[in-house]
Write a protein that binds this ligand. Structure first.
Ligand code: UDP
Length: 254
């Protein structure tokens, strides 16, 4: 492989310089981390699965007119993406209460929300990505009001679209996290969807059994993490070349 300049190494991905100006290469690693890096493991095959799943979801989202950084998949672990300036916010959208919202507000785990809730977290590992309000975003100039409006409307569209897409393969989209970036096109700056959409960044529950098909299996030491990710990939039809394994929908772990 040709020598490429590594620009940034994150927890689950490495970003390299791309072949053309304005492009980058995202390399999906097998590393899994949780609780702000306290828990770390290498899950063989996770990067390959997330590259495929994210490719598929970004393409589908692009097809409904939401701009994304995705250009094309290059190989098993890499995709070509547009260079953006990442907006330092994680936009979380929830349909069912679980995870941090339950701890924070004492909501019952698994409670269906009467409407989707969008939350903002400030991207800062040292601070543990704290929840912030629109007031903080404006006061500290992390994003402009138009950018916030665009991110929220795109997030809600992604939520509706992906909820339907996953429901069609018997998966409940419980919640997910998106990241956006500023894409400079000459004089123009556009807010586009960036990062990845995968079982690392979404909570996905089997509709029949409630079985978790996402990173919570890693966070909660449940085992079967990559099997669950492969199950998501198979149901989405992105692992057509792999032998089709039995879809588990009766609550059994095997
Ligand atoms: N999430 C993520 N990266 C983070 C924090 C959260 O992708 O750094 C995703 C997480 O997988 C879930 C959603 O955002 O789908 C909401 O996570 P939550 O706030 O409940 O945090 P957690 O309980 O994981 O700490």
């Amino acid at each position: 492989m040709s020598r490429r300049k590594k620009l940034y190494e994150g927890k689950a991905k490495v970003i390299y310089e791309g072949p053309e100006p304005g492009t980058l290469i995202a390399h999906f690693k097998d590393d899994a981390t949780a609780f702000n890096n306290e828990k770390h493991d290498v899950l063989e095959g996770k990067g390959v699965l997330n590259n495929r799943i994210s490719e598929y979801l970004m393409q589908q989202i692009g097809d409904i007119g939401i701009p994304t950084h995705f250009i094309k998949r290059l190989n098993m672990r890499e995709q070509l993406i547009r260079e953006v300036e990442i907006i330092p916010l994680e936009i979380v959208c929830r349909n069912i209460a679980t995870g941090s919202i339950c701890k924070r507000l004492g909501i019952k785990d698994g409670e269906k929300l009467s409407r989707p809730i969008v939350e903002y977290f400030y991207k800062d590992d040292e601070l543990g990505d704290p929840l912030v309000a629109e007031e903080h975003i404006a006061a500290f100039n992390w994003a402009g009001p138009q950018e916030v409006e665009d991110m929220v409307s795109m997030t809600l569209r992604v939520n509706d679209f992906l909820s339907g897409l996953f429901a069609a393969v018997n998966i409940r989209l419980v919640d997910f996290k998106l990241e956006f970036g500023r894409h400079y096109e000459g004089e123009l700056v556009r807010t586009i969807l960036a990062d990845e959409i995968s079982p690392d960044s979404c909570r996905l529950w089997d509709i029949g059994s409630g079985r978790k098909l996402d990173k919570d299996r890693f966070r909660q030491n449940m085992g079967g993490v990559t099997d669950a990710y492969a199950e998501v990939a198979r149901r989405l039809g992105v692992l057509k070349d792999q032998p089709r394994l039995k879809i588990i929908s009766n609550g059994d772990e095997e």
